[in-house]
Design a protein around this ligand. Structure first.
Ligand code: S3P
Length: 174
C-alpha cells in the first residue's frame, strides 16, 4: 500500500503502546524501512538502554536520544518508533512535527498497566518497582506526557490498534 507523502512516519506513545510491533507491520505493508529509536541508540552506542540509564543517568540518555532522533529523521520513507519519553524532552516534539507525520497510539491506562506490569525487568524507568509503584508511575507520567503526545498529527485511540486503522487515516487524508 502506498502512502502518498515520503516524509518519515513517527509513532509516538507510552511504553507498552505497541509502537515497535505496529511499526514493523506498517513498514512491511507500506514498503518503508522500520527504525526503532532505542535500538538505533543501542547499536550506535554499543550498549543497552538499561546500561546507559544505570551508568550515566537519564539526562545523558536524553541527549543521546535527541541526537539519534535528528539523525534518523534525515531520511525519507521510514517508519520510526520513538521511545515513550522522546517527544516530551528537549526540542524533540518540534523537530518531529516539522520533519515527519506523527501518529500517537493512545492506549488506555488500564491496558498499559496490564502490559507493563510483566515487563518491569527490561524497562529502566520501571525496573524493580512493585505493581502499585508501576501503577502510580504510569498515571503520573501519562498526565505529564499526554499534552505532548496529543500534538501528534494523527491520534488513534484503541486498546487494539491495527495497521489497518493507521493506514485508514493516510488513505482518508490523501
Ligand atoms: C522511556 C521509554 C523507553 C526507552 C527508555 C525511556 C520513557 O522506550 O526510551 O526506557 O521515558 O518512556 P519504549 O517506549 O520503546 O519502551
Amino acid at each position: 500500500m502506498v502512502v502518498s507523502s515520503h516524509k518519515p512516519i513517527v509513532l509516538l506513545g507510552f511504553m507498552g503502546s505497541g509502537k515497535s510491533t505496529l511499526g514493523k507491520q506498517l513498514a512491511s505493508l507500506t514498503e518503508r524501512t522500520f527504525i526503532d529509536l532505542d535500538r538505533f541508540i543501542e547499536i550506535t552506542e554499543n550498549r543497552t538502554i538499561t546500561d546507559i540509564f544505570e551508568k550515566e543517568g537519564e539526562s545523558v540518555f536524553r541527549k543521546l536520544e535527541s541526537n539519534a532522533l535528528r539523525e534518523v529523521l534525515r531520511y525519507p520513507n521510514q517508519i520510526i518508533a520513538v521511545g515513550g519519553g522522546t517527544p516530551c524532552h528537549a526540542e524533540n516534539l518540534l523537530i518531529i512535527k516539522e520533519l515527519s507525520i506523527s501518529v500517537y497510539l493512545k492506549i488506555s491506562e488500564n491496558q498499559l498497566f496490564s502490559r507493563l506490569s510483566n515487563s518491569s525487568v527490561s524497562r529502566p524507568l520501571l525496573k524493580g518497582k512493585s505493581d502499585s509503584e508501576i501503577h502510580s508511575i504510569i498515571s503520573g507520567l501519562l498526565l505529564k506526557r499526554e499534552p505532548f503526545y496529543g500534538q501528534a498529527d494523527i491520534i488513534i485511540e484503541s486498546d487494539e490498534i491495527t495497521p489497518a486503522m493507521v493506514l485508514a487515516h493516510f488513505q482518508a487524508n490523501r
